[in-house]
Design a protein around this ligand. Structure first.
Ligand SMILES: NC(=O)c1ccc[n+]([C@@H]2O[C@H](COP(=O)([O-])OP(=O)(O)OC[C@H]3O[C@@H](n4cnc5c(N)ncnc54)[C@H](O)[C@@H]3O)[C@@H](O)[C@H]2O)c1
Length: 445
C-alpha cells in the first residue's frame, strides 16, 4: 500500500508494505537453487559457532534450509541450550566448547558464526580453510587489516562468505529500492548521504570477578589482551569495548554505512578524508587507548564526515532518526528498516518509469533478495556472489574503522588512500590498521 502524506509543494510517499516495493522493483528472478537445498534429502549439514542472542536467531532462520549437526560455544550453557532447542539442534546436534573440533568434522557443509566481533575473522578463515561455506555476523572485522585477510581467504579458498548485513536482502527490500532509485539517478546527483546510527552507552565502573564455571573466559578473549573477567565485557555488552568491537560505529555502521556505500556505488573503494565534527568518548584516552580498564570505552556520540575523491560525503551521526538519507540535487530519500520516505523526483519516477532491469539484475546478483539465508544457501549451491560479500563489506567497514581511529586519536583528520589502503603520512594512525594478536590466537590465511 502506498500512502501519500504532506502538502502539494513537498510530497512524501511512505512505503510501508512490501507489495508496493515489489511492484516498484519488478519481478525477482526465479531460482531453482534455493529450492534444491530445501529438497528433503539434499539439505546441507550446518554448525552454529557462537550460540548467543543473534547466533541463535540466525540458526533458527538457517534451520529452514539445513540441519544442524553441531553447536560450539565457549559458554557451555549456551551450547547446550542451542543443541537441545526444538528449532536448532533438535536434541540431535553435538555440543562443543572449541569451534576447531567442529571444523574437523567432514560432515559439516556450512557454518553460521554468531560470536562477538573479535572472533569473526579468525573463525571465518579457519572455517573456509577447512572447506566450509560461511555465514558470519556483522561487523565482519575488528580492524582494516582483518578485512584484507578475509578478502584474501575468500579469493584463495573460493568459499562462499555471506556477511550478516541482512539489509542487503531482507526488510521488505526497502533498502534495495532506495539504492536502485539512487543508482538510477532518480534524485539526481547525490550531494550527501547521512547514516544515522544512534550513539553508544556509558557504563561502569564494573567490578572484576571470577568467571562463571560454564564459561571458558580465556577462549572467549581469544586474540584480545588477557584481562580479568568483568561480566559487562562479555555476553552482549562486548560491543562497548574497543578490545572486542568498534562500538556503535561498527555495530550499526556495518548496516547503514554499508547501505550508504552501496547507494553511492562505492562498494570497491573508500573515502579519501575522514573528519570528526564532534565526538564524545566515555573515558580519558592517551595515544588512542582508554586510560582505565573497568568501564565501557567506545564512543558515545559523534558526527563524522567521510568524503570520497569525487567530493561526495557520507556523514555518520548519532543524533537523528536511525536510517539512511540520500540527499540528491532533485530529491531526497530516507530509508529505515520498516519504511522508505520519498519526495520530489523519486516519487514521480516511481510511478512513471520502471527501474532499469540491468541495474536491478546487478544489485540482486541475479537472485531473489527476499531472505538473507535463502540468498546464502542459493550461493552455496551455485557458487555465486552473496548479497553481502566480503569485498563490499570490507570497504564499508573500513570507513567505520577509520572513523574510530580518528576519534581515538583526538578527532584527528585522516587522509586515506583507498587504492593502497593506508593512511597517508600518519604512522601513529597506521598503527591502528592492525592489532597484536595473543599467542595461540593469531589470524593466518
Ligand atoms: N545482523 C544483525 O542485525 C545483528 C543483530 C545483533 C547482533 N549481531 C551480531 O552478532 C554477533 C553476536 O552478538 P550477540 O549480541 O548475539 O552476542 P552474545 O554475546 O549474545 O553472543 C555471542 C556468543 O558467542 C560465544 N562465543 C564467544 N567466543 C566464542 C568462540 N571463540 N567460539 C564459540 N563461541 C564463542 C559467546 O559465549 C556467546 O554465546 C555480534 O557480532 C553482533 O554484532 C548482528
Amino acid at each position: 500500500m502506498l500512502v501519500r502524506t504532506g502538502g502539494s509543494r513537498r510530497e512524501f510517499l511512505r512505503v510501508g508494505a512490501s507489495g508496493a516495493v515489489v511492484a516498484a522493483l519488478g519481478e525477482a528472478p526465479a531460482t531453482a537453487v534455493g529450492a534444491a537445498f530445501r529438497a528433503k534429502n539434499d539439505r546441507p549439514r550446518l554448525a552454529l559457532i557462537g550460540a548467543g542472542g543473534q547466533g541463535s536467531g540466525d540458526a533458527r532462520s538457517a534451520a529452514r534450509f539445513g540441519d544442524f549437526v553441531a553447536v560450539a560455544d565457549v559458554d557451555k550453557s549456551h551450547a547446550e541450550k542451542a543443541k537441545d532447542s526444538d528449532r536448532i539442534g533438535k536434541g540431535k546436534a553435538e555440543a562443543y566448547g572449541d569451534y576447531r573440533k567442529v571444523l574437523e568434522r567432514n560432515d559439516v557443509d556450512a557454518v553460521i558464526i554468531g560470536t562477538p566481533d573479535h572472533w569473526h575473522t579468525k573463525i571465518c578463515i579457519d572455517a573456509m580453510n577447512a572447506g566450509k561455506d560461511v555465514y558470519c555476523e556483522k561487523p565482519l572485522t575488528l580492524t582494516i587489516d582483518e578485512g584484507k585477510k578475509l578478502r584474501e581467504a575468500v579469493e584463495k579458498t573460493k568459499k562462499v562468505l555471506q556477511v550478516g548485513t541482512q539489509q542487503r536482502s531482507d526488510h521488505n527490500k526497502v533498502f534495495l529500492l532506495a539504492v536502485a532509485l539512487v543508482r538510477s539517478g532518480r534524485i539526481g546527483k547525490i550531494k550527501k548521504v547521512t547514516a544515522a546510527i544512534g550513539g553508544g552507552p556509558v557504563g561502569g565502573p564494573f567490578s572484576k570477578e571470577t568467571p562463571p564455571p560454564e564459561l571458558n573466559w580465556d577462549m572467549w578473549l581469544g586474540q584480545a589482551p588477557k584481562v580479568d573477567y568483568i561480566a559487562n565485557r562479555c555476553h552482549s555488552e562486548f560491543r562497548w569495548w574497543y578490545e572486542y568491537s568498534g562500538g556503535k560505529l561498527t555495530d550499526w555502521g556495518a548496516h547503514h554505512v554499508d547501505v550508504a556505500h552501496w547507494g553511492l556505488g562505492k562498494d570497491q573503494t573508500g573515502p579519501t578524508t575522514i573528519e570528526v565534527e564532534r565526538a564524545v568518548l566515555p573515558v580519558a584516552y592517551k595515544d588512542g587507548f582508554a586510560t582505565v580498564d573497568d568501564r565501557f570505552n567506545t564512543v558515545n556520540s559523534f558526527v563524522v564526515k567521510a568524503t570520497f575523491a569525487d567530493g561526495t560525503p557520507i556523514e555518520i551521526r548519532d543524533d537523528t532518526e536511525n536510517g539512511v538519507t540520500f540527499q540528491g540535487a532533485g530529491g531526497r530519500i530516507f530509508v529505515t528498516r520498516d519504511r522508505i520516505d520519498l519526495d520530489g523526483g523519486a516519487v514521480a519516477a516511481l510511478y512513471k518509469n520502471p527501474l532499469p532491469e540491468p541495474l536491478l539484475r546487478e544489485l540482486r546478483h541475479g537472485k531473489p533478495m527476499d531472505d538473507h539465508f535463502e540468498n546464502f544457501f542459493a550461493c552455496c549451491n551455485d557458487r555465486g556472489k552473496p548479497a553481502s560479500d566480503v569485498w563490499s563489506h570490507h570497504r564499508a567497514l573500513t570507513t567505520c574503522h577509520l572513523a574510530n581511529i580518528a576519534i581515538r586519536l583526538g578527532n584527528r583528520k585522516l587522509t586515506w588512500d583507498p587504492e593502497k589502503e593506508v593512511i597517508v603520512g600518519d604512522d601513529q594512525a597506521n598503527g591502528f590498521l592492525s592489532r597484536p594478536q595473543r599467542a595461540g590466537f593469531e589470524i593466518v590465511v
